[in-house]
Design a protein around this ligand. Structure first.
Ligand SMILES: [Zn+2]
Length: 68
């Protein structure tokens, strides 16, 4: 099943393999989220330094480890 991405309208596969569905990518998801937030709250002068959940989506850094 394919659905159009709400942000860029590109056809995107709707499946468990698409973690950002119905968006085609994380970028489109964040763009739509940001647009929704700015419309909903409309806080003038509020710096958009951080999106909710964005930080938690970053996997923990792992040292590559220096081989023996
Ligand atoms: Zn998109």
């Amino acid at each position: 099943m394919k659905v159009p991405c709400p942000t860029c309208e590109r056809e995107t596969e709707w499946s468990a393999a698409s973690p950002y569905r119905p968006f085609c990518s994380e970028r489109c998801r964040l763009i739509d989220l940001g647009a929704w937030l700015s419309e909903e709250h409309a806080i003038p002068g509020e710096p958009l330094d951080e999106l909710p959940g964005a930080a938690e989506a970053v996997p923990p850094q792992r040292d590559p480890g220096s081989g023996a």
